[in-house]
Design a protein around this ligand. Structure first.
Ligand code: HEC
Ligand code: HEC
Length: 412
């Protein structure tokens, strides 16, 4: 009975949708809104219906991928010798699994003239180790200290499927005074191709598999089978081989990192709340004073079937031609908060930070790359540099208008 109803509903739905879909398919593929999650642990609504090639049951695979993202590793599993935490979930779980958290990483280095130089062994200072002898410490020679707070990963599969050219066109259309910088970054899974960076506070990665392999090594000390991630990190530049008891690469055939990417690619986007009253006024103010010039409201992902990431990934139907509202241009800007660290973007990016997506900001209570702004008002007031004129426009709002703008941000 239920089945029959479903068939009738489906046929009816098809009849309504068909002429529209047909018209659009002549011009190009019809784009539709990406499904949203409420980021509430009590509701099981993370899965976006992605189909994983070769998997007999897609939802079961999604749940397995989420389990691997949540799995706590120990020394037998290859954790360390230097690391930051024991699972992806330890740092990515606020609201739902995959969300952001209060956990910070720590980077350090120094300036040689105008050139940033990493602390010995790399700017990332791992905060844990499997033995006291190899705990990483910062020396007085590296006075640049940069904390970085964890980011939301929900909906990142859609971000991955935005074409490089779409991001470039968006930046090219920005007013010169606020225009962002996009950087091309290496793809760990490819080794030769590059892509427009869009993930991380410094746009240091362009794909979720790259970020997963990077995070497995740098956050958890687990090596994977890509040329760039086969060797353990050092402790302040000194080998940790005497403390490493599992042969590298530890994730021998990259099974785990593929599961991390599968999980993130399988998640829905943080839902944009339906603002009414004050928030509905706030959304207008957001655009009127120019916040949207960097915090880009809307992108459309590449059509299903588009081959990306140096030929290693094909945009699946669940992620293709989707309208998303990340409120980010995914570009780097100098808004006066730069942390002085250089990663994949060259020396010119030392004091630039990526515009953080504002979707999921409703689950954050510590803001900006260092987590040092405790209110939305404080975060806005910290905007300077390229955002000075727009911050001044915020300052010039009435207190009622400011409240409206902030109420709007709380719906994202
Ligand atoms: C110790 C805490 C910690 C652990 C463990 C951790 N992360 Fe992260 N993650 C972070 C922080 C902090 C950032 C922001 C780093 C930056 O940009 O400098 C981040 C950023 C990310 C991003 C970029 C999100 C975006 O939209 O820009 C992805 C993707 C990600 N992590 C995936 C993972 C995966 C997969 C794992 C497990 C292998 C993992 N992380 C483990 C702290 C952590
Ligand atoms: C010139 C580009 C630019 C403009 C204009 C701009 N922002 Fe930002 N915004 C950024 C960048 C870059 C950051 C990250 C800075 C950092 O972490 O050091 C940021 C951070 C934020 C954050 C913190 C988000 C988080 O997750 O920590 C909020 C909230 C925010 N902006 C809101 C606004 C609002 C509201 C306006 C308009 C009044 C605005 N921004 C205008 C670039 C911009």
């Amino acid at each position: 009975m239920r089945y029959l109803k479903l068939v009738v509903a489906l046929l009816f739905g098809l009849a309504v949708v068909q002429p529209f879909a047909f018209t659009r398919s002549v011009e190009g593929q019809a784009a539709s809104e990406a499904p949203g999650t409420d980021m509430d642990q009590h509701t099981e609504d993370l899965y976006n219906n992605i189909i994983y090639p070769g998997e007999p049951d897609n939802f079961v695979h999604f749940k397995e991928a989420m389990e691997e993202f949540s799995a706590v590793e120990d020394v037998d599993g290859g954790i360390g010798p230097v690391f930051n935490a024991q699972s992806c979930r330890e740092c990515h779980q606020n609201g739902d699994v995959g969300g952001p958290s209060q956990v910070r990483e720590f980077r350090a280095g120094h300036l040689n003239g105008t050139t940033f130089v990493d602390a010995p062994g790399g700017s990332l200072i791992n905060q844990r180790a499997t033995a006291p002898e190899i705990v990483e410490r910062v020396s007085t020679a590296d006075p640049i200290h940069a904390p970085r707070i964890s980011l939301n990963t929900l909906g990142d599969g859609f971000v991955e499927c935005i074409a490089d050219q779409t991001l470039r066109n968006n930046v090219a259309a920005q007013p010169a005074a606020v225009r962002g910088t996009l950087i091309n970054v290496p793809l760990i899974e490819d080794g030769t191709a590059t892509r427009v960076g869009r993930f991380g506070w410094k746009d240091q990665h362009g794909s979720l598999l790259s970020f997963s392999a990077d995070a497995y090594l740098n956050e958890m000390g687990i090596t994977t089978n890509f040329p760039a991630t086969r060797a353990e990190n050092t402790s302040n530049g000194n080998s940790v081989a005497a403390f490493d008891f599992v042969a590298d690469p530890e994730d021998t055939d990259n099974t785990d990192v593929k599961l991390f990417a599968d999980f993130m690619r399988g998640t829905r986007v943080p839902r944009t709340g339906s603002g009414s009253g004050s928030a509905a006024n706030g959304t207008l103010i957001f655009d009127r004073i120019g916040c949207n010039q960097c915090h880009t409201r809307t992108f459309v992902t590449s059509p299903a079937g588009t081959v990306i990431n140096g030929g290693t990934f094909t945009v699946p139907a669940a992620l293709g031609s989707k309208i998303i509202h990340p409120f980010s241009d995914f570009a780097l800007h100098d808004v006066g908060t730069g942390d002085g660290i250089v990663q994949n973007g060259g020396q010119g990016t030392r004091n630039q930070m990526r515009t953080p997506p504002l979707w999921a900001v409703r689950i954050r209570n510590e803001l900006m790359h260092d987590g040092e702004s405790k209110t939305l008002n404080d975060a806005i007031l910290r905007h300077a540099g390229q955002a000075t004129t727009i911050r001044n426009a915020y300052n010039a709002l009435s207190s009622g208008e400011k409240a409206d703008l902030i109420n709007f941000l709380r719906t994202l």
